[in-house]
Design a protein around this ligand. Structure first.
Ligand SMILES: [Ca+2]
Ligand SMILES: [Ca+2]
Ligand SMILES: [Ca+2]
Ligand SMILES: [Ca+2]
Length: 455
């Protein structure tokens, strides 16, 4: 689901509990931003590696306490990127359904940094992204299209993505009814990107796959309309997305009006969060996943897709087409097949399969088996495993919930003391994370602190 040639994935953003499963940004998505500093050339990875990491931290561990929850994940540099990711919350964790919370209430803040390649350049640009996620309707009776979602048709101050149900969600995820939906729109280098976190009942079937109820309540992330079979691919300035990436989501305990949004389990004990993810496929075993590798069936042992300079070992002309499959590696041609998709952002860089081929067998980036190799050049277009198996990782993270502490006798009313006594040392942890996220997150954090101060 999160396949990157069509998606950009931040797939893991999790929010409060949400998990991320499918995401993608179409066509390798859209990131833009500052360029990372040049580095010494590295020895490219020689084999597929996939080692995601995740932490879960309640700000307060007392039983039955409304507590902020922080989930952080990362994928190290050189690993293949996520193909999909689903978080599973312990069923005893108390998440208030969207139907019981006001539309537009702030529930989560997510801070992401992911590496990307822009306009056929190497995948070495990093861009921090921050997004506020608001409580959104789970009522499917009024829907909105992807194209109209940023409108505010009832003038309530929220985009229609918030108070109407995106019609593409069911095409991507199936008809299961989410319990909770949070949505927000990030500004990524001037591009608008819709984030949605969706939480389901344990055992829900998502995107055609039944989830194991023993794992907990599944949470998935959807970016834009990635994965919608009715979406029409178009070339993007973001021609690659790759590791490293990390993201942190803070799910707030309460709304400004005191409504509880997320609460620890009622009883003390140890509770286990699960994170089920798959990595991207690597058809030629050269360590570069298919979505990052313009020559996915020809090993490129000396080529570094993250190199500081495009011209270098393995790509003498720097056109993003490594020497293993470049018809002439002494003559740079950024769009070898002339179909409008630059080499690094084309799932068949040597065969025209662009907008002009829509409706033909080649299709417009058509990739029936979602292995990031287009039908027009896939030797096994109906068998993804023929072009590399997807590594699977299931992480377990235990969280210990402690006995509730009876309320202490009223303390002297000193402003700052109230904040600290309410949240304990956990607050400092997520505050630090927010501060690292930049001005937007800092602003949100400040608002949040003020709200708490006066409660
Ligand atoms: Ca290759
Ligand atoms: Ca080349
Ligand atoms: Ca092509
Ligand atoms: Ca394919």
């Amino acid at each position: 689901m999160c396949s990157r040639k069509r998606t950009l994935m931040l797939c893991g953003l999790i929010a409060v509990g949400l998990l991320a499963a499918s995401t993608g940004w179409r066509h390798r998505a859209m990131w833009a931003g500052a360029t990372a500093g040049a580095e010494e050339p590295r020895t490219p990875a020689q084999a597929q590696s996939f080692n995601p990491m995740t932490t879960v931290s309640p700000a307060n561990t007392e039983a039955n306490r409304a507590s902020d929850l922080v989930i952080s994940s990362e994928i190290p540099e050189g690993d293949v990127y996520f193909s999909d990711l689903i978080d599973f919350f312990p069923t005893a964790w108390q998440i208030t359904p969207s139907s019981e919370v006001g539309i537009g209430v702030l529930r989560d803040v997510t801070d992401v940094v992911v590496q990307s390649g822009l306009s056929n350049a190497p995948c070495n640009t990093q861009l921090p992204i921050s997004v506020n996620l608001l409580n959104a309707t789970t009522d499917k009776s009024r829907t909105v299209t992807f194209e109209d979602g940023l409108d505010d048709s009832n003038s309530d101050g929220f985009p229609d993505f918030i108070d109407m149900y995106p019609d593409f969600n069911d095409r991507i995820l199936g008809s299961a009814q989410p319990v909770q939906r949070d949505a927000g729109v990030a500004d990524v280098g001037g591009l608008k990107v819709l984030f949605q976190y969706m939480t389901y009942q344990p055992g829900a079937t998502i995107a055609g796959r039944a989830t194991d109820p023993a794992l907990g309540a599944p949470v998935v992330t959807v970016l834009n309309n990635t994965g919608d079979p009715q979406a029409i691919p178009v070339p993007s300035v973001v021609t690659d997305v790759c590791s490293p990436a990390h993201w942190t989501t803070v799910s707030f305990a309460t709304a400004a009006d005191g409504t509880v949004l997320v609460k620890n389990p009622e009883q003390p004990g140890t509770y286990t969060f699960k994170f089920l993810s798959h990595g991207e496929r690597d058809g030629d075993g050269d360590g570069h996943e298919n979505a990052l590798d313009p020559c996915p069936l020809d090993p490129d042992p000396t080529w570094d897709p993250r190199a500081a300079e495009a011209v270098g070992p393995g790509d003498a002309d720097g056109d993003g087409l490594p020497s293993s499959c470049d018809p002439d590696d002494s003559k740079a041609v950024d769009d070898q097949d002339g179909d409008g998709y630059l080499n690094r952002g084309d799932n068949c860089p040597l065969v025209a399969n662009g907008v002009n081929q829509a409706g033909t067998a080649a299709g417009n980036q058509k990739d029936t088996d979602s292995d990031d190799i287009g039908d027009a050049c896939d030797p096994n277009p109906l068998n993804a495993d023929s072009e590399g198996e997807a590594p699977e990782v299931l992480l377990s993270r235990d969280v210990t919930i402690t006995e509730a502490v009876p309320p202490a006798a009223a303390a002297p009313a000193t402003g700052g003391g109230g904040l600290l006594s309410e949240h304990g040392s956990g607050v400092a942890t997520w505050w630090y994370a927010l501060a690292a996220g930049g001005a937007l997150l800092a602003a949100v954090g400040g608002w949040y602190a003020r709200r708490r101060w006066h409660t």
